[in-house]
Each structure stands twice: as structure tokens, then as C-alpha cells.
Design a protein. Structure first.
Length: 174
């Protein structure tokens, strides 16, 4: 069973679709950076899915969004991005893919006398984030909803962008 922790791990894994990347995601990555000794591994889901209203951005576009964020990309520890595919109706195959991807990234760092410590970080908000419990060998870091004047989630942002709704909001300097 996963445990809630606040201690540092060698690697912290953050999984999401980032459709689009927003300040809530940034806050989780920054928290992961504070808790990672070596790297933050950001796994970007639906990596090869065709463009839809739910998945409007390509994998490369989502990586660029994150890399343009100077508050994340230029920080230490290093943030590494990797794609993960969707396996509808096959959660075990998806879990295996995530574990192999993380192992491959860690393996590139070289051999160590001790196995690395790994944590997974995320907001356990609904049925779509049940995967946070699927990695009992990793420590679980639960985060709270990002504190913003408006609801901050990718679905709301997509609704504004593609739903034909208008909304008045104030941009603040980042």
C-alpha cells in the first residue's frame, strides 16, 4: 500500500495528459522538484492520440509548453519528459509501460549500490486519477487542489478554448 510522505526520493514521477499544461501542473512539478534528489520524471499520456477536443495538443506541443515555463525547465533537479500510450481496457499493459519507461530513464543515470527511491506525485481528484494507487512499490505524494481564484483544471481551460463560452478573467504576471 502506498504511504503519504514528505521525505525526498531519488526520482519523483508525475503522470498527466497536460491538455493543456497550466499553473496547477506547474505547482505539482515544483513540489516534485523540491522532493526529488536526482530527477523529476514527467510522463505525458495520450502521447500518440489523434487531436480531439479532449486531446487538442500533440505530445511535442505539450513538452514545448512545459519547456517554455522558465520556472520549471531551468530548475534543479532536472525534469525529464517521456511519452506514454493509452491502452484502453488494458490497465496492466499501461502499468507495465509506465514502469518500463521509468526504469529506462533511471537506467540512463548509471549503476548504484542501492536501488533508487521512487515516488509518484499527483492530485487524487476523481476516477481519472485512480492510477496513483497502481504503483504500490513507489511512495505516494498526494497534493492538494491548486489554490487559484478560479477553478484550475485542463477540462475548464479546454471548455473556455473550444466550448464557445466567453469568460472574463485577469491575467497576472507569472
Amino acid at each position: 500500500m502506498n504511504t503519504k510522505i514528505e521525505s525526498k526520493s531519488d526520482y519523483v514521477v508525475f503522470i498527466g495528459r497536460f491538455q493543456p499544461y497550466h499553473l496547477g501542473h506547474r505547482s505539482i512539478i515544483q513540489r516534485a522538484q523540491a522532493l526529488a534528489k536526482k530527477k523529476v520524471i514527467v510522463l505525458i499520456g495520450s502521447a500518440t492520440s489523434p487531436r480531439t477536443i479532449k486531446n487538442p495538443f500533440t505530445y511535442a506541443e505539450r513538452v514545448q509548453m512545459m519547456q517554455f515555463d522558465k520556472y520549471v525547465c531551468c530548475s534543479i533537479p532536472q525534469v525529464v519528459y517521456a511519452p506514454v500510450e493509452d491502452f484502453k481496457y488494458n490497465d496492466l499493459k499501461w502499468i507495465e509501460q509506465v514502469q518500463v519507461t521509468v526504469s529506462n530513464i533511471i537506467g540512463k543515470d548509471g549503476w548504484s549500490d542501492f536501488p533508487p527511491t521512487i515516488s509518484i506525485i499527483g492530485l487524487n481528484k476523481d476516477e481519472s486519477t485512480k492510477y496513483l494507487e497502481w504503483f504500490p512499490q513507489w511512495q505516494n505524494i498526494e497534493v492538494e487542489q491548486f489554490d487559484a481564484p478560479m477553478r484550475m483544471d485542463a477540462t475548464s481551460i479546454r471548455d473556455i478554448l473550444f466550448g464557445g463560452h466567453s469568460i472574463n478573467f485577469v491575467l497576472t504576471s507569472l
